[in-house]
Design a protein around this ligand. Structure first.
Ligand code: NI
Length: 232
């Protein structure tokens, strides 16, 4: 095929492509993609709150690693501009580390935890429904269910046990965009900030029987997702 024929074919293809229709009332949108949770993880110092050393401030702070999983969005359009959306994902797993505490055996990896952060949001698409490019903003409520907390092997050898972290309710904000490839298929990118605050506790009977330490962690992650969507 020579160049002018190829050019003519592309023009014909472009003219023949169905007019992409963006979102309208009653649409159900399913998106799937790679989702990364990157905790900002600011924390209080580590304090002993039970046992003979109760009240001791060990200083330091807790940090958390990031993790990538399969993210899912289920959205329902109430009008061509307003929708509701549920975020779901396969379980995230994070390493929890303590650093710079006065108890050198406590510094390093304390353990791991898993969590699921279902989030229900109201989303607003400001552009005209005919636009193929559909940026949006959203705000909603998050429930983070933390489970399967485990003390790591080094921390376990140092006497740590019974690591626990509390579940969290908080606000969630997001910006994102859909770009319609056809009248049903879209590519999507989104960023969220979720207020997740937890209190973690861990026991250590080797330091002194009945000793428990706690740390308040503002997990407050940025969450990034890129993927494909399909409109039903
Ligand atoms: Ni927070």
């Amino acid at each position: 095929m020579n160049k002018s024929l190829l050019g003519a074919s592309l023009v014909t293809l472009a003219l023949a492509a169905p007019l992409a229709q963006a979102h309208e009332a009653g649409d159900i949108i399913l998106r799937a993609g790679a989702i990364t949770t990157n905790p900002t993880a600011d924390s209080s110092s580590v304090k002993v709150d039970q046992g003979p050393l109760s009240g001791a401030d060990l200083g330091g702070k807790a940090t958390m690693s990031s993790d990538t999983q399969l993210g899912l969005n289920f959205a329902y359009m109430l009008t061509s501009n307003w929708g509701i959306e549920l975020l779901a994902a396969t379980p995230f797993e994070h390493d929890v580390k303590l650093k710079n505490t006065a108890l050198s055996a406590a510094n390093g990896k304390l353990g791991t935890l898993k969590h699921l952060p279902p989030t229900l949001s109201v989303v607003y698409y400001p552009l005209d429904a005919k636009s193929d490019f559909q940026p949006y903003v959203g705000a909603g409520i998050n429930y983070t269910w933390i489970y399967d907390e485990h003390v790591g092997s080094d921390a376990s050898a140092a006497g740590f046990s019974n690591f626990k972290a509390k579940n969290s309710w908080g606000m969630a904000w997001q910006v994102g965009a859909d770009y319609m490839l056809t009248d049903r298929v879209m590519i999507n990118a989104q960023v969220r900030y979720i207020d997740i605050d937890t209190r973690a506790t861990v026991e250590n009977n080797a330091v002194a029987p009945g000793t428990r330490a706690r740390v308040n962690v503002d997990v407050d992650p940025f969450i990034y997702m890129v993927g494909l969507g399909y409109k039903f």
